[in-house]
Design a protein. Sequence first.
Length: 330
Amino acid sequence: MHRVVVLALEGVYPFELSIPVRIFATAASDRGEPLYEVLTCSLDGGPVRTNADFAVAVEHGAEAVPTADTLIIPPFGSGPEEEQDWFPPPLAEAFERIRPGTRIVSICTASYVLAAAGLLDGRPATTHWNQADRFQRMFPQVDVDPDVLFVDDGNVLTAAGVAAGIDLCMHIVRRDHGSEVANRVARRCVVPPWREGGQAQFIERPVPESTAASTSATREWALGQLHRPIPLTELADHARMSVRTFSRRFRNEVGTTPGQWLTQQRVELARRLLETTDLPVDRIAEEAGFGTAASLRQHLIATIGVPPSMYRHTFRTGDPAHHPGQVPAS
């Protein structure tokens, strides 16, 4: 069984600490068998002070770290980020015990730990949007993307702030076991299996019109039209807005452009069809609005790093060749 070890450090944020056990402990096979074992540990095996008005008791110490298949670091600390020692000797000693091939995950500002350890040098990563500029100044060798909810760079993954930890854990379940399992987890935990857009939609911005109309109805309508081209003018007409107003409000609400969002939705539809149907790739390309198999292949490789045939081979429900965890990095 895949073991997830959650390392609680002094000043840990309680909400984020609880995310991995809630998501991974819910994941089960069709027969109800658990797919993950989740352990929570501290560096010394003793109670851990949180950033709230209570401490948490854990049953494991740093000896659990080298047993991890996936190691998750929730955010912690309560002082200015520049003054925090993000990689003190006891933590460095624990990291030295991580087995080669272990998947390492940070949630929110725990990305500072991975950066301080040198694990993000030359790699893409994210953190909470209001820390992104400071993070980039402290670690200029990291390719910081402040707009996304999470970054999957193979065996090192980083999530943005707070609930983005849920998004990343759901992504890991889907990456390991496919959409059907992830959707079951989402229903049990009453969370979306996949959220639209990135954290850019949560960044504080002035809203010029207090009664501004939403683009949500048009987005819902567009999801039923993915099989055909949908020009920006048609989206704006449906929302009864000018193209300029629609584009601005769409980006404010979703965090991306209408064209980028449509491509994301087409890719997600294609992934679902590859996972759950026997339709030929050419037909899936038509259903998802890509037109040709070549176009679908191009977009799937650009988005998740693999062609349709390999994606179907990896994620197709019930495929005996599927080996959880051996998924090409997206």
